[in-house]
Design a protein around this ligand. Structure first.
Ligand code: FES
Length: 377
């Protein structure tokens, strides 16, 4: 048994003012709680990915981690009922002459109970089989009463061509059919709070963004994304999706882990009014950031121009335009061709630090929370 290492935390009166606080004693982070006049001290580093427990909140006798809401008893460090074995270190405290002391020699040590891995966590390895083309329609509509969408119609034409003319397997995800939460900014809490799979996906079994992650990361060789133009931008559902794909991109910046390798992206953009090139630029910028490459001429688009207000004519125009549907077929062909080239000669450079991003300079100081992740009580 190691000797006690008592450390003076300060006046009881001051420390009792806050129900929960994070205190650093050297490299040891402590979540100090005070409930009904009773102090408790447990490690300030969460068992999950090191969240600063003392910056969370007290719920009954449990400290709730501010990152993903795991709970640990504020005095024993045990996980919530059902997860008691998953515990963070706890520390003795005692009051002497109006001051609070903590014994830095833990009363109970950390124990991490293995948690089942999320199926998306498996290595992103291409399973053998034919070329795979994933279509993602980002137009917003009521699935119960669908309307004709010009972007979705051209996507269907492209997918049909990928299957019939290029013997590819195809799938189509319509974002309007999925219920998924917007990105809630875990990266803003801490870089390490943004996890793969997405923190929301891991915590909320009803969230259906998993279908996109599965298709994009584990299945597709080529991804065709279709969007209408809304106020000069891609659709709101497109942005909701790509914000949730922050976790894919953050794996590159945080861990040099490239989830999308040797995959092709191409785009279909239609709108009654204009701004095609700006929309294409935004979409290409994002998919480049997550590691996709593009076929030559990576998008097709159609717009009737700034003054067009008669959208029903736009629908009729796209329905009847052989040129646009032929362009969609050709886009699918270019995407499949490029995906085949990548499959035949995979481009896997030995090392590109964090995809060459400016974040690779390594000049940013480690946040306290990041160092908490490695602290052991
Ligand atoms: S719940 Fe604490 S770091 Fe995720």
């Amino acid at each position: 048994m190691n000797e006690a290492r008592w450390y003076d935390l300060g006046p009881v009166e001051d420390l009792a003012r806050r129900p929960l606080q994070q205190i650093a004693v050297g490299r040891t982070k402590i979540a100090l709680s005070c409930k009904d006049g009773q102090f408790g001290a447990v490690s300030g580093a969460c068992n999950h990915v090191g969240g600063p427990l003392g910056e969370g909140k007290l719920e009954g006798d449990y400290v709730v981690c501010p990152w993903h809401h795991w709970k640990f008893h504020c005095r024993t460090g045990e996980g919530e009922p059902g997860f008691e074995d998953d515990r963070v270190p706890s520390y003795e405290v005692r009051e002497r002459n109006g001051r609070l002391y903590v014994n830095l020699e833990p009363a109970a040590r950390r124990n991490k109970k293995p948690h089942a891995h999320h199926p998306l966590e498996r290595p992103a390895e291409r399973a053998p089989g034919p070329m795979r083309v994933l279509g993602i329609s980002t137009t917003v509509m009521d699935p119960a009463y669908p309307r004709y969408s010009t972007s979705e119609a051209l996507l269907e034409t492209a997918l049909e061509a990928a299957g019939r003319e290029h013997a590819a397997e195809t799938r189509c995800i319509r974002l309007s059919h999925l219920k998924f939460r917007p990105c809630e900014g875990y990266y803003s809490k801490s870089a390490h709070a943004c996890t793969w799979p997405c923190s929301i996906t891991q915590m909320d079994p009803t969230d259906e963004m998993e279908a996109v992650y599965e298709g994009v990361v584990h299945w597709a060789d080529a991804i065709l994304v279709a969007t209408p133009i809304r106020w000069g931008s891609a659709s709101s559902l497109y942005y909701k999706m790509v914000e949730r794909m922050n976790c894919v991109q953050n794996q590159v910046t945080l861990r040099n882990r490239i989830l999308l390798r040797n995959k092709v992206a191409a785009f279909i953009i239609t709108g009654g009014q204009d701004n095609v090139q700006a929309v294409a630029g935004q979409m290409m910028g994002f998919f480049a950031e997550v590691g996709c490459v593009f076929p030559q001429f990576p998008y097709i688009a159609h717009s009737r121009g700034w003054t067009a207000e008669d959208m029903e004519r736009n629908v009729a125009f796209v329905q009847g335009s052989q040129a646009l549907h032929e362009a969609a077929r050709e886009l699918a062909g270019r995407a499949v061709d490029m995906a085949q080239i990548l499959l035949a000669t995979p481009y896997e450079p030995e090392h590109i630090a964090r995809a060459g991003r400016k974040g690779c300079q390594g000049t940013a100081p480690e946040s306290p929370a990041m160092s908490a992740a490695v602290e052991e009580g």
